[in-house]
Design a protein around this ligand. Structure first.
Ligand code: ZN
Length: 370
């Protein structure tokens, strides 16, 4: 059953990538655009439009805060048992995130000044602003999308060698869920990232491929390889790919909002005005908008990190339930990373927490059986 064809050249956009495109390019900028259009049809007033835009952002902020709070609570429940306390972001981390966003906004501001010099802006027009903001957001998102599809093709082009027939046969007979993934292959994946040392990826029409680093092929026994593969099946079973696309779309929406905020500021400056020379209501409304967009982005960033934690732990549970906590913990320990280590910025250090959780579960099981 070894098929020796070039996987990467046969890459079509799968359903999950279509989802990504729809969310990234259409849905979120459309929500921002349509809600403003709808509001301004009802109320023909720029300042009120801006004010109501704030309300959209308040909802977004509340939503991202809720997500952040829930996932950090769930993690805490899991993590307190095994004595890891370092996953809670510090105020310093939050401050760094906000400063990073300011840098992003300043860079974007410069870009906008250049664009506006080309298309001379005569008057401050709300629709003109919205047009530029949506256009820029679209350009950014198309850029990110093309980049992600290109790197995916590059990785798939190295994945020509299927996993041993014995392992595939074992999976097929013992684990019906293994059907969720259509191909299992070794690939040249850099080991610097845990999430890329083995992973699942969508390709073709609604197909998933499990890619495993060649390093594992040399280092792991068949039994351990199965443990890794079951972890990847756990990701598909928990629909982690789709969820990450939706989250990516939400990030894209916030990006649109940030571009929108910067556009307003830059257009005002290009007309020799500052925000403060305008109506006080406009000033307050604008500043609140910026604050909310920045805070939402920060919460979403940390939520994203927690979500990755939880996704890994869930996928581990799936694998451990099938083959046992100890075997999976031993396999994870073989991965090249600093183990065990507290959770910090380094994503690969998730391994320490994951191994500790698995050992903890193995101990509980042992106590229950004795
Ligand atoms: Zn994983």
């Amino acid at each position: 059953m070894i098929r020796d064809y070039d996987l990467a050249s046969g890459v079509q956009l799968p359903i999950s990538d279509l989802l990504l495109i729809i969310f990234y390019i259409l849905v979120y900028p459309l929500i921002a655009g349509l809600s403003i259009i709808l509001i301004s049809v009802l109320i023909n007033d720029e300042i009120l439009n801006l004010f109501l835009l704030n309300f959209i952002c308040v909802f977004l902020l509340l939503l991202s805060f809720m997500l952040y709070y829930n996932s950090s609570k769930r993690l805490k429940a899991l993590v307190l048992d095994v004595g890891f306390y370092h996953f809670q972001p510090s105020w310093r981390e939050i401050a760094i995130n906000l400063i990073q966003q300011v840098y992003y906004v300043v860079g974007l501001g410069f870009l906008l000044v250049i664009i506006l010099r080309i298309f001379i802006v005569e008057t401050l027009d709300f629709w003109y602003l919205l047009g530029i903001a949506l256009f820029l957001s679209l350009v950014f998102q198309v850029f990110f999308l093309i980049r992600s599809i290109r790197s995916k093709k590059e990785l798939l082009s190295t994945a020509q060698e299927p996993v041993n027939q014995d392992i595939l046969e074992h999976l097929r007979i013992n684990y019906t869920k293994s059907k969720l993934i259509s191909e299992y292959r070794f690939a040249d994946i850099q080991l610097s990232s845990l999430f890329l040392s083995a992973g699942v990826m969508s390709y073709g029409w609604n197909k998933n491929i499990c890619l495993i680093s060649r390093y594992f092929q040399w280092k792991l026994s068949d039994e351990e390889l199965i443990a890794v593969i079951l972890h990847e099946i756990g990701h598909i079973e928990n629909r982690h790919l789709t969820k990450s696309y939706i989250l990516g779309g939400t990030e894209a929406f916030l990006r649109t909002m940030r571009i929108f905020c910067v556009t307003i500021g830059v257009v005002l400056l290009s007309q020799g005005q500052t925000i403060f020379s305008l109506n006080g209501f406009f000033v307050v409304s604008y500043l609140i908008l910026i604050l909310l967009v920045f805070l939402s982005s920060t919460f979403l960033t940390f939520f994203f990190r927690y979500r990755i934690f939880l996704a890994e732990i869930r996928a581990d549970s799936f694998s451990a339930n099938a083959i046992g906590n100890t075997l999976l913990a031993d396999t994870l320990r073989k991965l090249p990373s600093t183990i065990p280590s507290p959770i910090g910025y380094n994503q690969s250090s998730f391994l320490g927490l994951r191994v500790a959780i698995l050992r903890h579960r193995a101990k509980i099981e042992e106590n229950l059986s004795s």
